[in-house]
Design a protein around this ligand. Structure first.
Ligand SMILES: O=P(O)(O)OC[C@@H](O)[C@@H](O)c1c[nH]c2ccccc12
Length: 260
């Protein structure tokens, strides 16, 4: 069993319980369900820096990253720093996040927000919308080609942007779908947590230009970003490098200034 298998097995149980507590027809009545969403893909396309800054308290690979800072201070700091999108981890069991985090982020910033979650059921896409997300993450390693198709179609119907995450060519081949806006190459292998930026360089050539290319995980210096831009990447998802410091917003600000 890999950690990803553990997480998805846990998610199946979690989602079954949630569906009982708040069925989709109730989610559809949440005030934020009617909110007009903002496109993360568009925001990245017109940006010269392209940073998506992530709020992440802990992770299975690093345990605690930062549980002292307040989410609203982190995300407002990220926005002020010039981030083009905010990623909020909503998984509680493995990452210490919650849907309340998403609500607080939505109240705090006006840039697009990505719900970072292990989505294994369409229910979670309705939930993302009800709690104020503008975009969702789909992970090719957790889903079949048919599920990727169905889930991205549903997200588009709900006016949510789709970031589809891949880690190898095989996953990429089933991910080039019409309702996908952004392809994210995860430099971290979710099966063993090893980080290798080469994954982005290698897969970049196989991603058609109609998708916004995003490089995710393990990015800690601006030189890497400048280099990855030459491979066509327009978005860069950064969590730990900001979160591990006392003032993530300030760290992001100094980082983004060096990119301008
Ligand atoms: O903290 P990092 O190494 O900068 O990585 C951020 C982000 O890419 C990472 O948290 C992530 C990428 N894909 C995921 C899927 C699930 C949970 C987390 C992730």
């Amino acid at each position: 069993m890999t950690i990803l298998d553990n997480i998805t097995a846990y998610k199946l149980k979690e989602v079954a319980a949630k569906k009982e507590a708040i069925p989709v027809r109730l989610l559809e009545k949440f005030p934020l369900f009617a909110k007009e969403t903002k496109s993360l893909a568009e925001a990245l396309r017109i940006s010269t820096t392209g940073i998506i800054a992530e709020h992440k308290r802990r992770s299975p690979s690093k345990s605690v990253i930062n549980d002292k800072v307040l989410l609203h201070e982190v995300v407002s700091g990220y926005e002020l720093a010039g981030a083009k999108g905010i990623s909020v981890l909503t998984d509680s069991n493995f990452f210490g996040g919650s849907l309340d985090d998403l609500l607080v982020a939505e109240k705090t910033v006006s840039i697009p927000i990505l719900r970072k979650e292990f989505i294994i059921d369409p229910y979670q896409i309705y939930e993302a919308k009800a709690y104020g997300a503008d975009a969702i993450l789909l992970i090719a390693a957790c889903l079949s080609a048919e599920e990727l198709k169905q889930f991205s179609h549903l997200a588009k119907n709900l006016k949510l942007d789709v970031l589809l995450e891949v880690h190898n060519s095989e996953e990429l081949q089933k991910s080039l779908l019409p309702n996908v806006d952004m392809i994210g190459v995860n430099n971290r292998n979710l099966k063993n947590f090893k980080v290798n930026i080469e994954t982005s360089r290698k897969l970049s050539k196989e991603i058609p230009t109609d998708f916004v290319k995003i490089s995710e995980s393990g990015i800690s210096d601006v030189e890497t970003i400048k280099e990855l831009r030459t491979y066509g990447f327009e978005g860069f998802l950064i969590g730990e490098n900001f979160m591990k410091t006392e003032n993530p917003g300030e760290t992001a600000k100094q980082f983004i200034e060096k990119l301008r």
